[in-house]
Each structure stands twice: as structure tokens, then as C-alpha cells.
Design a protein around this ligand. Structure first.
Ligand SMILES: Nc1ncnc2c1ncn2[C@@H]1O[C@H](COP(=O)(O)OP(=O)(O)OP(=O)(O)O)[C@@H](O)[C@H]1O
Length: 569
């Protein structure tokens, strides 16, 4: 579904709001006529019945109009809020359901900006257009028609004024629409820069890079400022020019009206009605400028939201497999993956048997993390096949995969709360005994028991009260507590000292799980059942430690380098 479908879904509420506002506008148009009658037939003719009748109408018509406006307000708010809520939810679901690589082109900051800011802009535009926009054509066209009715000779003044001001506003709208797109992109850059800075505040300070960062931020900020000024200036031209034209027209009506009253063609009340209609046009045009501003933002938002809604999950299958029985066998056949045009992995062929200790090694940028993303179903293969128990990984329901495969990333994340809350995220009903067992396997028990609050000890935001190595052990324990069939550790032992890592791997190997370890350290995987060696996205070795030392040049090089430098021990 696209934005237009969400707008159509709420068409009845919008239509009711629209009709209520049109009704109010029609009533408003009658008022100058009633005033004219009050003057011509009542006051000038000294007819008190007409004075009372038209005076009464002058009270009644605005009252009915007010009730109608209230009803419109209610329906318009309802429709706009509903569209906003449904869109936010649809965007969130879309972001959850597509491959992560499909979102790369937008960036996280942009996606957040679209889900929050753009939906808000669209919501405001809908509300404003329904509440104010619907009455504008009625007021503008109606005033010209009514003026024609009062005096056909004066009507050309209305038509010419309307056309000139209308043309001016169309010009301003087209110009500001273009400008508004740049403003949105820049605002997004500011959000992205702020996010990047907050996340990397330590690195920035460590490298004393604050000045450069402040300069980059200020530059984006200034650019937005100038763009906003340019947009505001364009929009502000419209108002004084419209005002000038309207006042010139009113002067002309008064001048010509005076002559026509003298010649008996018009009555005084008719001239008052014509001036009132011109004032209605002026007020309507004032509102129009505000609506156009909201409208341009709304149109920009629709385009930006549709870009996200249009993403089709690359792995869509008719029916997803919702059960995955143990034990699990993973097989790659001519597997490859490309980020856009860049082929990050190609021609991978391997099998991971149940309860294997399978290791993946390779230098920086070899494609290890990309392979993990494929294994976790975060991205889908662009070449060949990756299967789990003989069915393509893309045919499985995501939740089913998450239940069976646990992943510990390089960047370990703990959340504010208690240790227990952090640990049981994937298995809320597990017993304390099981938690302690997993903590023991993950080599985390020792430092947890030192605090008498045990599992109830607090975790600060981002796990700030734990060291890097402690956080790694806790995230491994969390993955084990979820009782997965396959545990994938993506460089997740890098902060552990060699002895602790050795002990951890030993204990994990004894558990009834398949372990996939991604690492850069040869010495961590000497005991692996099988090691996959990657180099620049290609498979350059597959076998056990000793086989690879005999057969794989890349593995020999990594081994020689690490053991010469003694990096690992
Ligand atoms: N989102 C992305 N968009 C484009 N290219 C990417 C993306 N992520 C990774 N790459 C490229 O794909 C290649 C493999 O990256 P990957 O992160 O899988 O390597 P890695 O072996 O895990 O490296 P490291 O050990 O340094 O983490 C690299 O050349 C990288 O530049």
C-alpha cells in the first residue's frame, strides 16, 4: 500500500469534513447579500420588518456556520490522526520486514526522520487542507459569482484580481516545493549528524575532533537556515502583493461604485456587498498562502514516505515455513551477495552439520560479517542458495529463524534495567538455575556473584557499568539462555583474554548446540570441526586447522603473521 491508499481509506471522514466546511463557506457567502438587503430594503427603505429579518439572519447564519465548522474540525482531526497513525505503523512494519541492505540507501537517520517528521508534516497538511482548504474555492469562486450577481459591470475587477493573484500563488508554490525538498534533506542531515556524534562522542573526543565536527554541523545548520530564509522570502512575497492588488481593487470598486450610485445603476448596499466580497477574497488568499506551505510539505512527505513503502522484500515467498525442527543443517551452494553493484561474497560452498564448531576466518573486509547477515536472514542471497534443512533460508518465517539461531554481534548491547531483564530477553520463563548455568558457561558467573544483588543488580544505559569483556560474556550468556540450536558469535570474543576465550569455547563445544565463530584469531579456532577461510569475498579454504595449514596459502599467511607477532597469546 502507498500513501494514497491510506488517504483513500479515510475518505469518508475526509468527505464529511469537507462537506461541513463547504456548507459553512456557503453560509458565509450569503452574509454580504444579507447586509446589502439590510441596507437597501431595510435601512434605506425604512422598513423595520426587513431590518429585523435580515438582522436575525446575520446572527443565525454565523451560528449555524460555527456548528458546521466544529463538526468539520472534529472529522478532519480524526482523519488526519488516523492517516498519521496508520502510516507510522505501516512504515515501521516495512522497516522490520525488508532486508537490512535494502534500507542502506536511506540510512537510519533518514528512516527515523521519515517515520516521525514526514508523517507529522503530512498529518498537518491533511488537517489544514480539510479544515481550511475546502472552503477556499467556494469562497473565491463564490465571491466572484456573487459579485457578478450584484453587478455584472464590476465582476471583471474580481476575475482579473483573482487570476493575477492565483497565478502568483501557483508560481510561489512551485518554487517553494523545490526548495522544501532541499530543506527536508538538510534537516535530515542535521539529525543524522547529531545521531552520529552522540553515538561516537568518545571517538570524537579521543581524537580531539570536536572542532571539525562542530564545523560540519554548523555548515549543515547554516545551509538549512539560508534555505528556510529563501523559502520564507518567496512565500512572504505573495502576501503583500496580494494585499496591494486587493486594496487597489477595493479602491476601484469604491471609485466606480460611487459613479454608478450617482447614475442609479447601483445602490449603496450593493457597493458595501462588493467590498465585502473583495475582503472575503483577501482573507481567503491569506489562508491560501498558509495552506500552500503545508501542502508543499505534505507533497514532499508523500514522495519520501512512498519511497519506503515501495520497497519490496527481496525474499517474498507465498507462504513462509513456520517450523524448523532440530537438528539443523546449513548448506551454502554457490552462495553470493552484492551490496548494490559491489559483490561482497561469491561462490561459497560449505555445509554446517548439527553440533559442529564451525569457524569463519579472514582479514578485514573479507566478507565475514556479510556472511553472518546471510546466515541470520537479515539479508537475502543475491546469488546461489543458502538452505537450512534443505529449504531456502528465505522461505522461513523470520520469527522461526530467530527462535533457532542466536546471534552475538561485535558490538554488544545491554539495556538499562536489571541484569535479569537483560539476560532473559529471549526466554522470559527460564529458571534462575538455568541463567546461572549459562552465565557459568559464558565465563560471567565470577564477576556477577561478587555483587550481592546477583541477577537483580542494575545495568546502566548501554551497559556502562560493565567492561567491554564483561559485556561480551553477558551477551553470550543472553544468547545461550534463549536456548538456540545455532549460536553465531561475530567476533564476539575479541575483548576476552586468550585463557578466558579458550575456556569459553571449550565449554560451548560441550553444549548440544552448533557454534559458528567468526574471528580473526587463528589460535581461537584450532579445535574447530571445520574452518572456512575467506579472502576478498571468496572462499579460499575449507577444512580443519592442520588441513588448512597444508593447503591454504591465505590461512598459512594469517597463521604465520599472528604467531610471529604473538598477537593472540
Ligand atoms: N552496507 C554495505 N554497503 C556496501 N558495502 C558494504 C556494506 N557492508 C559491507 N560492505 C563491504 O563488503 C565487504 C565485506 O564487508 P564485511 O563487513 O562483511 O567484512 P568483514 O570480513 O566482516 O570485515 P571486518 O573483519 O573488518 O569486520 C567490504 O569490502 C565492505 O566494504
Amino acid at each position: 500500500m502507498r500513501v494514497k491508499d491510506y488517504l483513500l481509506k479515510n475518505k469518508w471522514k475526509s468527505l464529511l469534513a469537507f462537506l461541513a466546511k463547504i456548507f459553512e463557506a456557503l453560509l458565509e457567502l450569503l452574509i454580504p447579500l444579507v447586509v446589502a438587503r439590510l441596507i437597501n430594503d431595510g435601512l434605506n427603505a425604512n422598513n423595520m420588518t426587513e431590518v429585523w429579518r435580515n438582522g436575525g439572519l446575520l446572527i443565525l447564519l454565523p451560528l449555524i456556520g460555527y456548528v458546521s465548522a466544529l463538526y468539520c474540525q472534529w472529522q478532519a482531526s480524526n482523519a488526519s490522526q488516523q492517516v498519521g497513525t496508520e502510516l507510522r505503523s505501516a512504515l515501521f512494519h516495512k522497516v522490520q520486514s525488508v532486508d537490512m541492505s535494502q534500507l542502506d540507501q536511506f540510512g537510519k537517520g533518514s528512516i527515523i526522520h521519515r517515520i516521525t517528521n514526514d508523517t507529522q508534516n503530512l498529518q498537518l497538511a491533511i488537517a489544514l487542507i480539510l479544515r481550511l482548504g475546502s472552503r477556499l474555492p467556494i469562497l473565491l469562486i463564490g465571491s466572484i459569482v456573487m459579485a457578478f450577481n450584484v453587478s455584472p459591470k464590476m465582476a471583471p475587477i474580481f476575475i482579473i484580481t483573482g487570476l493575477v493573484i492565483g497565478g502568483l500563488l501557483v508560481f510561489v508554490t512551485l518554487k517553494t516545493n523545490q526548495q522544501n525538498k532541499s530543506v527536508q534533506t538538510n534537516t535530515e542531515r542535521i539529525a543524522q549528524k547529531s545521531r552520529e556524534n552522540l553515538n561516537g562522542v568518545r571517538d570524537i573526543r579521543a581524537f580531539s575532533n570536536q572542532q571539525a565536527e562542530i564545523k560540519a554541523f554548523t555548515s549543515h545548520n547554516q545551509q538549512t537556515f539560508y534555505q528556510q530564509i529563501k523559502m520564507g522570502s518567496l512565500q512572504s512575497i505573495a502576501n503583500p502583493i496580494s494585499l496591494l492588488l486587493i486594496n487597489l481593487s477595493i479602491s476601484l470598486i469604491l471609485y466606480l461604485g460611487a459613479q454608478q450610485i450617482s447614475s442609479g445603476y447601483l445602490l449603496q448596499g450593493d457597493v458595501v456587498a462588493l467590498v465585502n466580497y473583495m475582503n472575503i477574497i483577501l482573507l481567503a488568499l491569506n489562508v491560501l498562502v498558509n495552506i500552500l506551505m503545508a501542502f508543499t510539505k505534505g507533497i514532499t512527505a508523500i514522495g519520501r514516505l512512498d519511497e519506503i513503502l515501495a520497497i519490496q522484500p527481496t525474499h517474498l515467498t507465498e507462504k513462509r515455513i513456520e517450523s524448523l525442527s532440530s537438528p539443523i543443517t546449513i548448506e551454502a551452494k554457490d552462495l553470493g551477495f552484492a551490496y548494490g553493484q559491489y559483490l561482497a561474497l561469491s561462490d561459497l560452498n560449505f555445509t554446517i552439520n548439527p553440533y559442529d564448531f564451525f569457524a569463519i576466518i579472514g582479514g578485514t573486509g573479507a566478507g565475514k560479517s556479510t556472511l553472518v547477515q546471510l546466515l541470520m536472514g537479515f539479508v537475502s542471497p543475491t546469488e546461489g542458495m543458502l538452505s537450512i534443512n534443505d529449504s531456502s533460508i528465505t522461505s522461513y518465517d523470520r520469527e522461526t529463524l530467530r527462535d533457532k539461531l542466536a546471534f552475538v554481534p561485535q558490538e554488544n548491547r545491554l539495556f538499562q534495567g536489571t541484569l535479569r531483564e537483560n539476560l532473559v530477553m529471549g526466554n522470559e520463563n527460564c529458571s534462575d538455575d538455568f541463567i546461572w548455568h549459562c552465565l557459568e558457561v559464558a565465563q560471567a558467573k565470577d564477576f556477577i556473584v561478587q555483587d550481592e544483588r546477583g541477577l537483580d543488580q542494575p545495568v546502566l544505559a548501554l551497559g556502562r557499568n560493565f567492561s567491554g569483556g564483561q559485556k561480551q560474556r553477558l551477551t553470550i550468556a543472553r544468547a545461550l539462555i534463549a536456548e538456540p540450536d545455532v549460536l553465531i558469535l561475530d567476533d564476539a570474543t575479541s575483548a576476552l583474554d586468550f585463557a578466558t576465550e579458550k575456556q569459553l569455547l571449550q565449554e560451548l563445544k560441550e553444549m548440544p548446540i552448533t557454534m559458528i565463530l567468526i574471528t580473526q584469531r587463528v589460535n581461537s579456532i584450532r579445535n574447530a570441526d571445520r574452518i572456512l577461510v575467506l579472502d576478498h569475498g571468496k572462499q579460499v579454504g575449507l577444512g580443519q586447522h592442520q588441513d588448512l595449514l597444508d593447503s591454504s596459502t591465505v590461512y598459512q599467511e594469517i597463521y604465520a603473521l599472528q604467531n610471529k607477532e604473538g598477537n593472540n597469546e
